[in-house]
Design a protein around this ligand. Sequence first.
Ligand SMILES: CC(C)(COP(=O)(O)OP(=O)(O)OC[C@H]1O[C@@H](n2cnc3c(N)ncnc32)[C@H](O)[C@@H]1OP(=O)(O)O)[C@@H](O)C(=O)NCCC(=O)NCCS
Length: 224
Amino acid sequence: MTQEDKAPTPRNRDNKCSGPFLLNEAPPHYLSAVEYTDIPEMVRVLNLDKDIYNGTASFQYPYLESHGRTRIENTFVGDNASGYTSCWAMRTSPEGPMIGWIHTHFLPEDGTRVHPATGRDLKIGVIGYWVSPECVGKGYASRSARFAVQEYLFKERGCDIVRAEAYTHNEPSRKVLEAAGMSCEVEEWTAFIPKLQKDMIICCYAVHRDESTKSVVTDKTKDP
Ligand SMILES: CC(C)(COP(=O)(O)OP(=O)(O)OC[C@H]1O[C@@H](n2cnc3c(N)ncnc32)[C@H](O)[C@@H]1OP(=O)(O)O)[C@@H](O)C(=O)NCCC(=O)NCCS
């Protein structure tokens, strides 16, 4: 049996925070869990042009069905284990086609990032996102990032810090991070991007839940 024949891991419908969440009335903006049925639209959008490929470190071009299936299946394996949805489609109606994507994950709690006062492991969330080139400039990314940071990672998941990275020249993405309440902690860091097989200059943003962790800034000599 090949990988393609095997039934993919289903999403546990009981996972918390699956939505749909209404983020804005006009233009209508919902977030709800990504589904395998999103794959054809995801493939179409990610192949419209190279903007999303160029703006992100992970997405491939051309983007294939198999890329979408693997990405979503890996998400569901993790989500079913944690009991929380971690990755949402941006939509213009609760069940509508995907116009963008936002995901979250956590840095390992391995004793390398600890609370300055108590020494306990810090819970540090990370976000990433893209919006269809057909829908940019309408606030979809900013609203989604704000929701993922403030409502999900801080309120639901109890994060101490939320971080994100962007290419330093990616002004729209940097504005999205600022709209989500983040500040730049590292302006320029040279990072090797495997899919490009070359170094790129990235910047690192973060927002802290409160003042007590402000001294724990992103340190790219240690942090993934
Ligand atoms: C970056 C991206 C997610 C922004 O999505 P979006 O829904 O257009 O973002 P918003 O509408 O919330 O706009 C955020 C800001 O960027 C500005 N902006 C959006 N597109 C822009 C563009 N093409 N050129 C200049 N500014 C732009 C908006 O005017 C807004 O600025 P403001 O806060 O001063 O009003 C989207 O362009 C994208 O998917 N790019 C490719 C993938 C990518 O870079 N992902 C991020 C990886 S870190």
